[in-house]
Ligand binder design. Structure first.
Ligand code: GAL
Length: 449
């Protein structure tokens, strides 16, 4: 009995040792073994059902989060949701007027190879000199042909989104940059009529400031740049203004010096806290009657007239606020156009195409623009959907001389535009016209389009 037990124990020891040996051999043998045993269990097919569970999506990137802007985007998203109920819309908007923050976020996402499916981009150099040049977006010629957009988008606009005859974005609107917004009640109270020259403007400021009000409200740096381009346009006229951007103009000319001096003088009639205000804050100063004037693009119309429920001011055009061409710019439409792109290697190309179809559609643009404070990029929208201000914008767009906006991407490639912004930042501090002009001359020479 004891021998049997010993034999059994010896046997067990041998088995254990063999097992241990097997374990020792495992490092080399192991890879083969699991593959052989697990393969049947893991019919790769079982992983496939996970894919359909992924919702169909589109991630759309913009800077429309504020008054007027967010409401416009929401109106377009509603049209999208009705057309494509199965596609989840991911609103990746980053706050900050004129895309000051959003463009930085977008740049780091693009650098990291993590593009949103579609992003907001301005027609002109912002698209051609940046995203197309860097091969970050897809041409959309097939989509334009399918949707018949070549016939309904303005012939003046198509070259500003196209390279080698192929369009690279879908324009949703036309905005006007050169608008002088007014508070009609305040002007009446202080006995001022809307100025048509800068000298009239300075005279008006005397009366307005004597009444304890701000003459011209302004916000953060990009709004100061917006004001600068409007003053340059008014002082130089459309031909000399446009020549500054196409390489035929002279940034060092006495005309530009005079325009910058006018600009420096205009700045002396703005609010001291400008640097800490958004464009909406500055518009609100006019709406409240704290300021008589503001120079801003017509997204301000969306903010003035939009519903309070949408974070807007709910004013009646021509009553709660008025508008005019800023001094020297009558008959000139300084334009910009928001458009949407298709990312190269978009994570959801089908979702992106669905979004772009909505953005370019008549229904999408008719929902978006009356709320956004812009007119349709398309030429066939129903005019009766638009308020009194926007109807004047439509008429002017059809007849005025058209020039591009610097601050909103049309006239200068982003590197050049950034140099100008940097120089302006210094100028806002030191008010040195000669130094500013030299920096502008150098920027134009270093980074032409
Ligand atoms: C512009 C943009 C407009 C409006 C504005 C203020 O650059 O084109 O749509 O959003 O900025 O944020």
């Amino acid at each position: 009995m004891f021998r049997k037990l010993l034999t059994l124990i010896s046997l067990l020891v041998v088995v254990a040792m063999l097992a241990a040996c097997g374990g020792g051999a495992a490092p080399t043998a192991a890879p083969a073994a699991p593959a052989a045993t697990e393969a049947p269990a893991a019919p790769v097919v079982t992983e496939a059902p996970a894919a359909p569970a992924m919702p169909s999506q589109v991630e759309v990137f913009s800077w429309w989060t504020g008054g007027g802007e967010a409401a416009g985007l929401e109106a377009m998203i509603k049209v999208f949701a009705a057309n494509y109920p199965d596609i989840e819309f991911i609103n990746a908007a980053v706050a900050g007027g004129a895309g000051t923050n959003a463009k930085a976020v977008l740049a780091s996402r693009l650098a990291a190879g993590d593009p949103p499916d579609s992003w907001q981009a301005h027609a002109g150099q912002e698209i051609l000199g940046a995203y197309v040049a860097a091969d970050q977006i897809e041409p959309l010629d097939s989509l334009f042909a399918e949707e018949g957009w070549n016939a309904v988008m303005p012939a003046t606009l198509l070259p500003l989104i196209s390279k080698d005859g192929k369009p690279y974005s879908v324009p949703v609107n036309i905005h006007r940059a050169n608008v002088l917004w007014t508070n009609p009640a305040l002007l009446a109270e202080v006995g001022v009529t809307v100025p048509t020259t800068w000298d009239e403007f300075f005279a008006a400021c005397g009366k307005i400031e004597a009444a304890g009000k701000i003459c011209l409200s302004m916000g953060e740096t990009w709004t100061a740049q917006h004001l600068m381009e409007v003053v340059l346009l008014g002082a130089l006229g459309p031909d000399k203004y446009s020549a500054l951007w196409d390489g035929t103009g002279d940034w060092a000319s006495p005309d530009v010096t005079a325009a910058l001096e006018t600009y420096a003088k205009v700045l002396t009639h703005t609010n001291a806290d400008a640097a800490s205000l958004t464009w909406q804050d500055a518009s609100k100063l006019v709406a409240n009657g704290d300021a008589a004037f503001n120079i801003m693009g017509d997204w301000a119309d969306g903010y003035f007239s939009g519903t309070a429920a949408g974070g807007n001011l709910g004013l009646v055009p021509n009553e709660g606020y008025g508008w005019a061409s800023p001094p020297g710019t009558d008959g000139v439409f300084q334009f910009l156009s928001d458009s949407f792109t298709l990312a190269k290697n978009a994570p959801h190309p089908d979702g992106a195409m669905a979004w772009l179809k909505t953005a370019g559609s008549k229904a999408g643009q008719e929902a978006f623009n009356p709320v956004k404070g812009s007119i349709c990029a398309r030429t066939d929208c129903d005019k009766t959907l638009f308020n009194a201000y926007l109807q004047t914008a439509m008429a002017d767009w059809a007849t005025d001389t058209v020039v591009g906006s610097l601050t909103h991407g049309v006239t200068a490639n982003p590197t050049w535009a950034t140099e100008i912004t940097t120089a302006l930042g210094l100028f806002l501090g030191d008010k040195d016209v000669a130094g500013f002009q030299s920096a502008l001359v150098a920027a134009a020479a270093a980074y032409p389009n």
